[in-house]
Design a protein around this ligand. Sequence first.
Ligand SMILES: Nc1ncnc2c1ncn2[C@@H]1O[C@H](COP(=O)(O)OP(=O)(O)O)[C@@H](O)[C@H]1O
Ligand SMILES: [Mg+2]
Length: 400
Amino acid sequence: MKHLIGLLLGTEEDWPAAFETVLRRLGPIRGVGEFDVERITIEPFDLRDRPRHDLVIDRLAYWYYHPREWLKKVAMMDDVYLLNSPFTFQSMEKHAAYCAMIRLGLKVPDTVLVPYKNPPDNARYAYTAARYNRPFDLDRVAESIGYPLFMKPYDGGAWRGVSLVRSPEELHAAYDASGEMLMHLQQAVDGYDAFARSLSIGAETMVMRFRPAEPMHARYAVDHAFLSPAVGEEVVTIGRLVNAFFRWEFNSCETLVKGTDVHPIDYANACPDVALTSLHYYFPWAIKALVRWSVFCVATARRPRLDLDTREYFAVTGSYGERLAAYRRLADEYFETERYQEFCATHLRHLDDIVLEWVAGPDFDRLLVDTVTATYPARERDRFVSHFRGLLGMWVKDSG
Ligand SMILES: Nc1ncnc2c1ncn2[C@@H]1O[C@H](COP(=O)(O)OP(=O)(O)O)[C@@H](O)[C@H]1O
Ligand SMILES: [Mg+2]
């Protein structure tokens, strides 16, 4: 059996090249089949065309609409497996995730959605806004949440329009600047102990220590013990829960840990950052997980499930701990975690050695140098090449 995986890409070159290399080095898998990968181009398509792809990893449709509609067609008509499905991302964004997480009993900080500062620029909205946009007391809303707080767009992404608000003056300045963006006011988790950012790919999750104030290349710290085992499990469960709940299969999730409390703050990233220059040490894991999960979905003919079945999550009762355990069971059922782990242990055992050899060898080093050359100005290249070589060398040592 031959299986084709399609990549629908924006500007990235690093992880797609890595994914292609690793999948090709993996070769045919006995008892499972042969895998190939190709980059998808954007062309007219007949709604009755049959796609050649079994699975598509999409990094484009979130903002580019022609391929988005192609994805919907191939999901709806041909059961092509999508990471991620636009059906689950177009109407469900950060705000929807907050709502679901609150209903499921998670510790989302207090959050209020305020009306537009400037209603959208459209003749029909002007009438509606004049009639129905009731004046409201922004200061009272902020006081009820308490300072400091964050003002940020309801759909989030890339820190656009996010501000820390410490006073009524900053509140009004931020709101005035929000313009046509729709904003949440959210209680700040002040003085948190750890920022845990997890990247999830199917049934796998990597929880990483994140330092948001650092420049991009230094945001992920290599730190294997920054959370207690119990808190680490809770962070994994929350990430897997939200992903299973919304059918998001390639997503990054942010939680702030204060004492033993885990507060989710950002949970819907349709195109999570998997750049070599931000993930560094964790990059080989991300590529392995993408290969493993794609191969698993295709080889086992896992079918996309668009019906969200939210009722079964809402039916869960009990203490916070009991509910988390039940959510984890539901999420693991959705991701077929056990079957996935068995599949990897049976059919993909050699992937670790293939990736280790690749990361330790000249092909990977070329990718690293090319990526750094494309990412940083000339005067910083040498410094960053040695920086990332050092981190990846450490990964090779730890994995050998
Ligand atoms: N409630 C909060 N408490 C503390 N810090 C926050 C809070 N909300 C956002 N932040 C900070 O602002 C950053 C951006 O906010 P986030 O919700 O992640 O938006 P985006 O979707 O743009 O990434 C976070 O990474 C975090 O550093
Ligand atoms: Mg964020």
